[in-house]
Ligand binder design. Structure first.
Ligand SMILES: Cc1cc2nc3c(=O)[nH]c(=O)nc-3n(C[C@H](O)[C@H](O)[C@H](O)COP(=O)(O)OP(=O)(O)OC[C@H]3O[C@@H](n4cnc5c(N)ncnc54)[C@H](O)[C@@H]3O)c2cc1C
Length: 340
């Protein structure tokens, strides 16, 4: 067997929350063949399997039984597309932000608003990453994957991926059933600035380059979000809740300044961070965990805490929002080892 397998592997540095975690077995396959070898081994041994990318959207328990697989295939390349289009192929372990900056630097448009989102390309379709008015789904063409149950390779079109707000088929019918090995995206050589979100337009010149937009996005994000290298966090801890139109109208009557975004289906998206803030929880701390003092949507880990304590803390934040506004908050990062 060519695959290197490690026992009792420390994952404390492999998750941006900085939670202590040990994997019973760990492998980082560098080719699809090695990946399929690891999957076959897990099937033979009846090991539960956890797929790990950059660990920026995961809550890790103290111990993960079975095999933790972190794909290590990290090549990317360009292919000429139709018209002004360029096809980008990116393997699972390519660091998303590095790729975005490289593409923007080459004058390719489409992913620049998604700069500085942590994590690897393989995880990007799982929750259809989005920021500054753009989602991955707008550029995604196809996803290459391997099925866990039999090692079968397949390619899904973007339509097959059923992408939605922080959602995809990988959180539904294919949850825990595939490893994504490669993304194919379609970018454009023609300028397509998307500056309508927040104060992005004010941060760039009249006809900005893709790189200028990406750098402006990075600057804004650095001002607002804690750097996981300095303070453990998993980005937004809650999804922005979608509520019925009538409920939104009632809430707006009581709080006319509440940010609200009407959706095509009649529901209204609310800003989870604003709701938490209005409960007076920004900067609130309980032992090892807290609500970030600049961005209430981000829960932070000061060190020494566990996944269980974090979930308890998050539950208390959600309780306060439910009591005050009658709105349910749903957790965004996934709990590793939680079976679908
Ligand atoms: C500071 C900060 C800011 C953030 N900002 C944003 C933002 O603006 N927008 C946004 O959408 N997200 C944001 N996130 C969340 C996170 O960066 C994204 O969800 C990212 O795509 C996660 O990538 P990852 O490689 O770290 O995935 P991980 O956390 O390692 O895994 C996430 C999920 O994907 C699965 N997975 C990982 N790789 C694969 C694979 N190859 N095949 C199959 N399943 C896989 C895992 O099993 C897990 O269920 C932020 C996070 C942080 C810490």
């Amino acid at each position: 067997m060519s695959l290197a397998l490690q026992a009792d592997h420390d994952l404390s540095r492999a998750n941006t929350l900085g939670l202590p975690c040990r994997a019973e077995h760990f492998a980082a396959p560098t080719t699809t063949a090695e990946l399929r070898e690891a999957l076959a081994l897990a099937r033979r041994e009846a090991w539960p399997l956890t797929v790990l990318g950059g660990g920026s959207n995961l809550i890790l328990p103290a111990r993960l039984a079975g095999l933790v697989l972190r794909p290590a295939m990290d090549a990317w390349w360009l292919e000429a597309g139709e018209g002004d289009g360029v096809r980008v192929h990116a393997e699972a372990a390519v660091v998303w932000h590095d790729l975005v900056m490289a593409l923007a630097g080459r004058g390719l448009w489409g992913t620049e608003n998604l700069a500085l989102i942590p994590g690897h390309c393989g995880a990007a379709p799982i929750q259809n990453i989005g920021a500054y008015g753009v989602e991955l789904g707008e550029v995604l063409e196809a996803v290459h994957l391997v099925h866990l149950e039999d090692g079968r390779e397949a390619v899904l079109s973007a339509d097959d991926c059923a992408l939605g707000y922080r959602d995809s088929i990988f959180k539904g019918a294919l949850d825990g059933r595939v490893v994504i090995t490669r993304l194919v995206m379609r970018l454009s050589r023609s300028p397509r600035p998307r500056l309508g979100y927040g104060d992005l337009a004010a941060r760039v010149g009249v006809a900005p380059s893709a790189l200028e937009v990406a750098e402006a996005v990075c600057a804004i994000r650095r001002e607002k979000l804690p750097d996981p290298a300095l303070l453990g966090n998993a980005g937004s801890f809650f999804k922005n809740p979608l509520v019925a139109g009538e409920q939104a109208a009632r809430l707006l009557a009581a709080s006319p300044d509440m940010p609200h975004f009407p959706q095509p289906d009649g529901r209204v998206k609310l800003a989870a961070g604003w709701l938490i803030d209005r409960c007076g929880l920004r900067g609130w701390r309980e032992e090892h965990f807290g609500v970030h003092d600049r961005q209430a949507l981000v829960l932070v880990h000061f060190g020494g805490g566990s996944a269980e304590e974090l979930l308890g803390f998050a539950g208390r934040v959600a309780d306060r929002v439910r009591e005050r506004f009658g709105v349910e908050l749903e957790r965004e990062p996934r709990l590793a080892g939680e079976r679908p």
